[in-house]
Design a protein around this ligand. Structure first.
Ligand code: DAH
Length: 347
């Protein structure tokens, strides 16, 4: 009789080891590794089957039987363990992914209105209280409306006040100010009285810096009718400035020049940072320049369809970015269109 083949002992040992390892497995992936190791092609069990031919004849049935038995035991144990592992992992998931409804929710990111929208709305509502309507006018203008009809003829040195973007199409410009809107309203309304403000983007070929942008808002003010005086202008603009800044801010009018108004003035408000004593915001002068204004030039009235012998009017133009900068002590105009959330979320 031949000796008992070692494989029988090996099978017994491997079965014991495999079962004890299996009992400790908690995860699906580890089960797969275990399966490969103990039931895969190169496992002891599988090599026992393929070794049968080389075993002494009388032991062949025994090796086959034993290999089968171990294989079945391991397979059954694997199936059992897989069930347990699956259940445990489900239970874990349920426990981990449960929502605690008693916790405060996470606040969604909320958008807000742009600081320029906010200041424009304030301006609209103050003028609305005084009976002014908002009139929208186009951004793309003709040279005629942007300059000519506003009493700024071609080659007149006054054109230097507005650096225009070069456009291929002759006679077409991006408006450099909201003043051309004056002509549009007048031509639409003549000879009716007018009280409007004209807000909107303006475009200038400028060196971009902390103080100037190539694109910015303006709000134009226009009143046309009979017997409109410089006093009406002063009263209206004072009323506006006091509502915007504060009720007892002082203002002053300084003589100035604009081709479309005569006389022309610049309105300053007393520096509300230092109260007129002089500081870095007002550059020591105690005053802040807020807008240009004046009595509508007879030529402009005529171009708008109003007889300057019968009608008169006043106009003004302001930069809401500049007003925002003063109100909120913003040091750089580029913040407005820089799209930096850290700047925008403060408003
Ligand atoms: N259009 C002028 C500018 O862009 C501002 C201005 C000044 C408008 C006086 C007016 C005005 O209506 O009367 O510099």
């Amino acid at each position: 009789m031949s000796e008992k083949p070692i494989i029988l002992e090996e099978l017994e040992k491997v079965s014991e080891t495999a079962l004890s390892i299996l009992a400790g497995i908690q995860e699906e992936e580890v089960l797969q590794t275990w399966k490969k190791e103990y039931l895969g092609k190169s496992s002891t069990v599988m090599s026992a089957f393929s070794s049968i031919g080389q075993q002494p004849k009388e032991f062949r049935p025994l090796v086959g039987q034993m290999a089968n038995q171990v294989k079945q035991t391991l397979e059954a144990a694997l199936e059992e363990r897989a069930k347990i592992v699956l259940e445990a992992s489900l239970a874990r998931k349920v426990a981990q992914e449960k929502i605690d409804v008693t916790l405060p929710g996470r606040e969604p990111l909320k958008g807000g209105l742009h600081p320029q929208t906010l200041v424009l709305r304030r301006i609209y509502s103050i003028f609305a209280e005084m009976g002014f309507q908002v009139y929208r006018s186009r951004d793309v203008e003709s040279d005629q409306y942007n300059f000519e009809l506003l009493n700024i003829p071609a080659h007149h040195p006054a054109r230097d006040m507005w650096d225009t973007f070069h456009i291929d199409q002759p006679g077409v410009v991006l408006r450099t100010h909201t003043s051309p809107g004056q002509i549009h309203v007048m031509r639409e309304q003549a000879p009716n009285p007018i009280r409007v403000i004209l807000p909107g983007m303006c475009y200038r070929y400028e060196q971009i810096s902390a103080r100037s942008e190539i694109q910015f808002n303006q709000v134009e003010v226009l009143a046309v009718g009979k017997n409109i005086t410089f006093g009406d202008m002063k009263g209206t603009l004072n009323g506006f400035v006091r509502r915007l800044f504060n009720a007892d801010v002082r203002t002053r009018l300084r003589p100035s020049y604009f081709p479309f108004t005569e006389p022309s003035a610049e309105m300053d408000v007393e520096c509300f940072v230092c109260g007129g004593k002089g500081c870095s915001v007002c550059k020591g002068s105690g005053w802040l320049e807020i807008m240009g204004c004046g009595i509508v030039h007879p030529t402009v009235l005529r171009n708008g369809g109003y007889d300057p012998e019968v009608y008169s009017g006043f106009a003004a133009g302001m930069g809401p970015e500049r007003i925002s900068m003063l109100l909120h002590k913003i040091e750089d105009i580029r913040y407005f269109w820089g799209n930096d959330y850290r700047f925008l979320e403060q408003f």
